[in-house]
Design a protein around this ligand. Sequence first.
Ligand code: SAH
Ligand code: SF4
Ligand code: F3S
Length: 495
Amino acid sequence: MENKYTEEFQKLAVPTNATERQQYFIDKLRVEQFGLPPKYSLQVSERELREAKPSVHKTACITTFGCQMNARDSEKLTGILEDIGYEIVEDENADFVIYNTCTVRENANQRVYGRLGVLNGYKKKNPEMLIALCGCMMQEQEVVDKLKQSYRFVDLIFGTHNLYKFAELIDSRFSGGHMIIDIWKDTDMIVEDLPVERKYSFKSGVNIMFGCNNFCSYCIVPYVRGRERSRKPLDIVHEIERLVADGVVEVMLLGQNVNSYGKNLEEPMSFAELLQEIEKIEGLERIRFMTSHPKDLSDELIEVMAHSKKICMHFHLPLQSGSSRILKLMNRRYDKERYLSLVEKLRVSVPNISLTTDIIVGFPGETEEDFLETMDVVRRVRYDSAFTFIYSKRTGTPAAAMEDQVPEDVVKDRFDRLLALVQGISRERTARFTGETLPVLVEEVNDHDASLMTGRLSTNLLVHFPGDASLIGKIVNVKLEECKGFYFLGSMAEE
Ligand code: SAH
Ligand code: SF4
Ligand code: F3S
């Protein structure tokens, strides 16, 4: 495709600076694929950029698996695609389909292979269609080998470390015309200032660190996300300031272990100190974070939470197991007593806090006694809610080579007992708010009943109440009238 910028654009040298280089490739695709004026590399007026219409209409659909890290990564991919000129759609029958994958448990992988078959069907009808796979699963050699062998219709495969290169990779696919595979083993780079398109106007995830150094013996994340690296505090604060200026009132600070934030910075800074800096940002109303590893949870952090006006009344503190023996095998570096004492401190300093957790059932060698220790911790802590997982064997992790993998029927039985306990306690915990009037950040129109709005308490609990879409993004007081187990029905309080 030619447009009035083609000739001038072709004279430009490809920049070496990582951010400018990607901006160059975004522009290249804008000019060559969509007939749009370049945004970054040449002087083009705001007005012309605003009024320019793409000369072709192409749709793109991103499907995200896994955790909030991946969700945030998908917002970055979306930002790049929109910048290039794609229209983002929900339907996978699109011109460009991207799967941002997760591999934390085996069933996540199976789902991807299953759905690829469907995509192949779409591609047969639309041979121009592009399919890209990225994210954690692509960091595993066996996966890439299998795709190369049996899924030749995939156009582009990249990993977690070079996601920022998305525009450049798309360009390589267009120029090369064959399957492009670009996977890095690890990186020490953090590339700032590329486009991001948020899913919600009023809340946003913010990466504060990448990677993980903990090597819990069951977990594949350190192998697919690389070594821990923290972003500079100023980069984080500036990003949040920009988000707030753009209408964001709540941020979720993201890292695999936020409690070890800042340890590898040139000028080290603790997570508690970072939180205090973020608290100062005017216009920001709510601060959340995820995930906290119990081994690095400091008294300083608990102290900061106790005095904060913005940090939410919610703490996600993954337990994994209540048995000190299993915790040791898991390489979690805390025991049952230390975990319970952290919970005690949190409860004393932040009395009404909501505690949530992750628990794995059926880790290799887990006996009935070990499992009862987990049940004991659940009874003592009384979590507001808990994610319960059946242990999934991940090739390459130390636990995969351990003997005594627990038989499936035993695991299933334990899982059901744990779930029943967790849900019973969760119902009782939720009910403690009945009759109270509390601030709710309104998020969306209720999925099932358009006369209701859905929002969240500071504790993260969902609340549905009559209202209209004009409330989205606002914090309103809602009287919590009827506890429905895991959520409330309420009504807006009079001003
Ligand atoms: N960094 C976070 C967890 C990220 S993975 C933390 O340490 O808390 C999210 C959850 O998935 C973990 O807390 C764990 O409960 C679960 N998980 C991780 N690996 C798993 C595996 N191999 N089998 C089952 N569950 C697993
Ligand atoms: Fe996995 Fe442990 Fe790292 Fe969490 S802290 S991502 S469970 S290795
Ligand atoms: Fe999955 Fe990767 Fe997150 S493996 S849980 S998407 S870090």
